[in-house]
Design a protein around this ligand. Structure first.
Ligand SMILES: Cc1ncc(COP(=O)(O)O)c(C=O)c1O
Length: 369
């Protein structure tokens, strides 16, 4: 089998055919010609679309999945998975430090008769909540705390309880971490982030080891309509070909930034799973091949963090992560994350390393000097 960069370049492309493009353009269709009883997949725009189908085959290939289902956003994928699989009376175990909107979906499940338990990502603490569970949801590395849990170990414990295991793979992407190969049943992600990487679309996907699980989730999407636009799906597919190149540059920049910050007195609690010495590094090295683009750290207080963000010239103040442009934000400006006031989430882009580091050093001097 070709190695992963080669597969990212070619994933989901049709066989070579004279006079055809490498990747067919987006198919814009609300409805399709359909005579008599439906025979093919393409009957109505909410049910299926060839542009999604090509992207789904690419994502399934990269995740090592039987099938993938693309959604309009990461939250459409997250909520579609949780709502399609969790039934009244079920027990669902969530990370207490995961993406806040996922925990809010958990609160909706709890209001509808699902027992929702939660525990932190670090130290595999969710293991203690697994008795009788039906679904274990992991987010590793967690956003924004960057803690890591042992997917293979937790998947083994969950399987012994008869639970399905889903991993939010938004931060790592399938070229950084392969949850299904580590024993999970489902890899779900916001494709808005590094997967597509240009900060210009929203997208989500669910990749499943078992076709029957994918069918349930696709059925839910058809029913509730959280479908991506064809243009977004096409842009996402076009972006996959550079995924390994973007991730490699981002990982190198993130490591350089984490090392720089670790040596600076102004920044405390610097976290990046790729940095030797980080609390998560040993475990992350066992289950990840690339460590992602986020570096988090804490400055003295809100005012210092805001002065730092204002002083950055190259790095935009914005929320999200995974794009080719470096961005940073004071995470405490949003409700939901349990972080100190001066906590900064920095998403490292693809700029040249020396320019990025110089901008950070300059901004630290202006903010803290
Ligand atoms: C870990 C994680 N999962 C899911 C989502 C939701 O993705 P989207 O914003 O594409 O709906 C996010 C968004 O930041 C995220 O960080």
């Amino acid at each position: 089998m070709p190695s992963e960069g080669t597969r990212a370049v070619h994933a989901g492309l049709p066989p070579a055919h004279p006079d055809r493009p490498f990747l067919d353009g987006p198919v814009f269709a609300g409805t399709y010609h359909q005579i008599g009883d439906p025979t093919g997949p393409y009957a109505y725009g909410r049910y299926a679309n060839p542009t999604w189908a090509a992207l789904e085959s690419a994502v399934a290939e990269l995740e090592g999945a039987a099938d993938a289902v693309v959604f309009a956003s990461g939250m459409a994928a997250v909520s579609g998975t949780l709502l399609a699989l969790a039934e009244p009376g079920h027990i669902v175990v969530l990370p207490s430090d995961g993406y806040p909107a996922t925990r809010t979906v958990g609160a909706h499940l709890a209001a509808r008769g699902v027992t929702v338990r939660s525990a932190p990502t670090a130290g595999d603490a969710q293991a203690a909540e697994l008795a009788g569970a039906d679904l274990l949801w992991l987010e590793t590395p967690s956003n924004p705390g960057l803690d890591v849990c042992d997917i293979a170990r937790l998947a083994g414990l969950a399987r012994a309880e008869g639970a399905l295991v889903a991993v939010d793979n938004s931060l790592a992407t399938p070229l950084g971490q392969q949850p299904l190969a580590l024993g999970a049943d489902i890899s779900v992600a916001s494709g808005t982030k590094a997967l597509t990487g240009h900060s210009d679309i929203l997208l989500g996907y669910v990749a499943c080891a078992d076709q029957a699980v994918a069918d349930r989730i696709r059925g839910w999407r058809t029913l509730t309509g959280g479908i991506p636009g064809p243009m977004e799906a096409w842009l996402a597919h076009r972006s996959l070909a550079t995924l390994h190149l973007r991730l490699d540059r981002q990982a190198a920049n993130a490591l350089a930034l984490a090392e720089l910050l670790t040596a600076r007195p102004e920044a405390a609690d610097v976290r990046h799973p790729g940095r030797p010495g980080d609390a998560a590094h040993e475990l992350a090295s066992r289950q990840m091949r690339r460590f992602g683009c986020i570096v988090s750290f804490t400055l003295a207080d809100t005012a210092t963090a805001e002065r730092f963000l204002d002083a950055l010239e190259l790095v935009a103040e914005a929320t999200s992560f995974g794009g080719v442009h470096s961005i940073a934000e004071r995470r405490g400006r949003w409700p939901g994350d349990d972080v100190p006031p001066g906590f900064v989430r920095f998403s490292v882009g693809c700029e040249d390393t020396e320019d990025l580091l110089a901008d950070v050093v300059d901004a630290l001097g202006k903010a803290c000097g």
